[in-house]
Design a protein around this ligand. Structure first.
Ligand code: SF4
Length: 927
């Protein structure tokens, strides 16, 4: 017999802990009876456990299993709301109990086994208890796969009508939804029509109807998502075509789905029509049931011991998930990238519709829903992938809306970049084989184990041949690993002696000696004809490798041995060719085996074939990156860590404009680019150039500016303390100290509720160290990105209000939405120019200069201004918000280019000459 009690532990200062139990029978628990004490402080309670079969179980740990998509801070908040007592905790436990009781038997049993394995006896007992209950009641006892409901097969591919055959939108009619007396007035109490929103809606409707592209800047508070979703939905319904909406962040996706689209549906479906909406992400965002099946059978082979707990949580999550979106699991704080990669399928391994789990597969179901949807909510990465291989995931579409479009260049660059790292190769190889003996894991080890232990029935001849093949592959993989290690160590010579990223390239050289060296280096030119640097030197000469230091390229000299590197590269290539050939043969052998259970090993065949394909991709990426001859790419090397002694190599496109124009804009009738920050000054020129929109005929592109409804003059003050030293140059050393002193005085006056935005971790951490103790003494909590949690975690804490100061770097300049008093002050530590050491930035600047332009005026400055405007935009999120922005970089006033920053703000930036003046102004604002 098992009974539960909840125990709330409080620790008065300087006194022993106090316990409040519920239900308290007023007597000691019966030692013969098994008792589980659910508590918020298991460590304090552990020593006081009654003798006998009693366990202390942490309520937050249980909560994570019951609500695996809820972040731990929200769970702690729920606990606080539940009341600091055993009885309050009991209410939380009842919610947890209801969830656990609804889990299917296979989930409960597996979690119990894993937790027992991890020696978490109390937790394991909880799951054992619910498993017993399920067995007794006979509920949820079916095979594991039945937990995931099947859906109809993907419907036939839709055909897209020509734009000329589409019916134009009646923009006056759909704009009426937003006007006073319209649908939204009726739906939303206190609704106020915004002229900017109506203007933007009309512009989007016109772009759809006329088949033109649109750049639209919508100030904060315009309500831009409704302004594009309403015409997008109306167009899709009217013409029965899909419209894709692409975002950069999952927060915006969630907002569109949960908040905006229900309103849009109510507006455009008033006539009884049905608006179909689907969310679609890239395949790595979905849990793959085939991978789950493998992990359920072979978790001890596939997972490292610390990953077992993640696995148990992931099962509880998957069994409750409606869409299998790993973001919801990762977003709750389970964001171990290496583990998540083991749950997601790869393109190489996935057989698509032929997969035996296909009808229940989350990815296939999401794609099936997208195939018939009117509005598909996607993300930038998926749209770029789709544009390169149309028809693979998204339905054919002629209209697309990019929200957060100021991020498009960065997102496209990331998508089109190549990385050549030892980690990438190691992860790939570890999926196949790792460790030895009982600790061995990976696909090949599972197969070997099954064959050796007789866990799979097969005729002896086939089993013997397969074991032999596996042995050969293992030694081939070892060769790949060894040769790659030597290569990555040799590449380290590029970055020595520094530890910063170093660009490299190969340029034509007419040095006969070098030509000879190049030929010699190639080693086997006949087998390596696809890489000019290595084996296909032009007849007039060969190529010389150069590295860039202090912005000057010069021949790679001391420490660099081109011949050695090319020999290493060829050795890796040969090893990969050998290993992938053997893997393909093994896959074929598995597929051809018809005897015994081996005939069912198609999944393993897909795994090894997938690994072979991934290895070959690695080899071709290696050729491309090491060749470094493509003038449209920047190539650079950097060490994975200061002490690594190896180098990671990267390649990124210099310009993504032509690719986007070719793959997207010229293929679509309408592309809408929208953001709160697209312009610099009053011009869309910068974003048009960077995204390749200027390559289109001018009459194909429309623009629209929808002004913010906020009254910035009365809602906020913007101050520029010019008494601070400049953050760069000779005064840079004193800057952090003076800035932290000023921040402390400001933040104590604002009682926290402030955000500090930095452009480097180094500066942020330096300031954080100086602020930590004095803020604590002032009763203000300091939240530092990285030190106190992830971006989402510390933002959630900050948003919940109270005296908090949040310090963040790049990702906090945009997308962080904190309305109300919780954020009343923003300090920008310096103007957000991109780091000059960033190889992509550096190479792009050089490209502009080579073309006769000014890299500063055409790239660095406008890019910084857009980020600056984003940072400024953090403060005022609603008409009720008030506060102060402090631009703590005197260059905004003292330098000529500062005017461009100042003019980009929606209110005047006030020059403040003294500390006393600044503090007096802050005091007046917060009096
Ligand atoms: S179809 Fe692909 S993603 Fe879906 S379960 Fe099968 S292998 Fe996994």
């Amino acid at each position: 017999m098992l009974s539960f009690r909840t125990v709330w532990v409080t620790q008065p200062p300087g006194q022993p802990p106090v316990f409040d139990r519920f239900p308290d029978e007023g007597q000691a628990a019966d030692p013969a009876q098994e008792t589980l004490y659910i508590t918020q402080d298991a460590a304090a309670f552990e020593d006081l456990l009654p003798a006998g079969r009693a366990y202390a179980v942490d309520v937050l740990a249980l909560h994570a299993f019951a609500f695996p998509d809820t972040p731990v801070e929200s769970a702690a908040e729920r606990l606080r709301q539940g009341g600091a007592s055993g009885e309050g905790l009991w209410a939380v436990w009842r919610a947890i109990e209801a969830r656990l009781a609804a889990l299917p038997l296979w989930t409960l049993e597996t979690i119990e086994l894993v937790l027992r394995d991890l020696d978490e006896r109390g937790m394991a007992r909880v799951f054992g208890h619910f498993a017993e209950r399920a067995r007794h009641a006979g509920t949820g006892c079916g095979p594991w796969l039945e937990t995931f409901t099947p859906e109809a097969r993907r419907s036939e591919r839709r055909t897209l009508p020509a734009h000329a055959d589409c019916t134009p939108l009646d923009s006056a009619r759909i704009a009426a939804h937003l006007l006073p007396g319209g649908t939204f007035s009726r739906l939303m109490p206190g609704y106020e029509s915004r002229s900017g929103q109506v203007e933007m809606l009309r512009a989007v409707a016109r772009a759809f109807s006329e088949g033109r592209h649109l750049l639209v800047e919508a100030g904060t508070g315009v309500g831009k998502s409704l302004a594009y979703l309403i015409p997008a939905a109306a167009w899709a319904l009217l013409n029965d075509v899909p419209v894709v909406v692409s975002t950069n962040t999952r927060n915006l996706q969630a907002q569109l789905i949960e908040k905006d689209l229900p309103l849009v549906r109510a507006a455009v479906c008033a006539d009884g029509s049905v608006l179909r909406v689907a969310v679609l992400k890239g395949r790595s965002n979905y849990v793959c049931l085939r991978r789950v099946a493998i992990l359920l059978e072979q978790s001890h082979f596939e997972l490292e011991r610390p990953e077992l707990r993640h696995f148990a949580l992931a099962l509880a999550w998957a069994a409750q998930s409606s869409d299998g979106d790993l973001d919801t699991f990762a977003g709750a704080g389970h964001a171990d990238a290496a583990f998540l990669a083991k749950l997601a399928s790869t393109a190489e391994e996935c057989p698509g519709r032929a997969c035996r789990y296909g009808r229940r597969c989350f990815l296939q179901k999401a794609r099936a829903r997208a195939a018939i949807a009117h509005v598909v909510i996607a993300n930038h990465a998926l749209v770029f992938a789709e544009s390169q291989s149309p028809g693979s995931a998204l339905p054919p579409h002629a209209q697309i809306v990019f929200d957060e479009a100021h991020n498009l260049e960065e997102a496209a660059t990331r998508h089109l970049s190549t990385e050549l790292t030892q980690t990438r190769l190691t992860q790939l190889l570890r999926r196949l084989s790792r460790g030895r003996g009982r600790r061995a894991g990976g696909v090949l080890e599972v197969l070997r184990n099954h064959l050796e232990t007789g866990a799979v029935t097969a005729d002896e001849t086939s089993a013997k041949a397969l074991r032999q093949q596996i042995r050969q592959i293992r030694s081939a993989l070892e060769e790949v690993q060894n040769t790659a290690r030597v290569l990555f160590e040799a590449l380290y010579a590029i970055i020595q002696p520094g530890h910063v990223p170093v660009r490299f390239r190969c340029v034509p050289s007419f040095d006969a000696a070098a030509a000879g060296a190049g030929d010699q280096a190639a080693g086997d030119t006949a087998g390596d004809a696809e890489t000019p640097c290595m084996g296909e030197a032009p007849p007039s000469g060969t190529f010389t490798r150069e590295v860039c230091r202090d912005k000057q390229f010069s021949a790679c000299a001391a420490g660099w041995d081109e011949v050695e590197v090319q020999q290493c590269r060829l050795a890796v290539k040969r090893a990969i060719a050998e290993a992938s050939g053997l893997l393909l043969k093994l896959g074929e052998a598995l597929r051809q085996t018809t005897a015994g259970e081996l005939a069912l090993y198609d999944d393993q065949a897909a795994n090894v074939e997938g690994a072979a394909a991934a290895l070959r991709t690695f080899a071709s990426d290696m050729d491309f990156v090491l060749a470094a001859t493509d003038a449209e790419h920047v190539f650079w090397a950097e060490p994975p860590s200061r002490s690594a002694g190896t180098a990671n190599l990267y390649a990124a496109p210099l310009s993504i404009g032509e690719a986007l124009a070719e793959l997207l804009y010229r293929q679509k009738s309408t592309v809408v680019f929208c953001s709160a920050t697209l312009r610099v000054g009053s011009s869309f020129g910068y974003i048009s150039r960077r995204l390749g929109i200027d390559r289109l005929e001018p009459e194909q592109v429309m623009t629209c500016v929808a002004e913010s409804p906020f009254d910035y003059l009365t809602q906020c003050a913007a101050l520029a303390p010019v008494f601070l030293p400049a953050p760069a140059g000779p005064t840079g050393g004193a800057y952090a100290e003076q800035l932290s002193g000023l921040m402390l005085e400001v933040f104590t006056r604002t009682r926290g509720r402030a955000m500090g935005l930095f452009t480097s971790y180094e500066m942020m951490n330096q300031v954080a160290r100086l602020l930590e103790a004095p803020l604590r003494e002032a009763g203000i909590r300091l939240l530092v990105h990285g030190s106190n949690g992830t971006r989402d975690q510390i933002t959630r804490i900050f948003r919940s209000g109270g005296a908090c100061v949040l310090l963040g770097t790049h990702s906090f300049w945009e997308g962080v939405d904190v309305a109300g008093e919780a954020l009343s002050c923003v300090v920008m530590a310096r103007l957000p120019f991109a780091a000059v050491t960033d190889p992509i930035v550096e190479a792009r600047c050089e490209q502009i200069e080579r073309a006769g332009g000014s890299a500063f005026r055409e790239f660095s400055l406008p890019q910084a201004v857009i980020r600056f405007r984003q940072g400024f935009g953090r403060l005022i999120r609603t008409r009720a918000d008030k506060g102060v922005v402090i631009v703590a970089d005197p260059r905004v006033v003292t330098m000529t280019y500062g005017a461009t920053f100042r003019k980009s703000l929606p209110c005047p930036l006030l020059r403040v000459e003294s500390r006393a003046d600044l503090l007096a102004r802050v005091e007046a604002l917060f009096a």
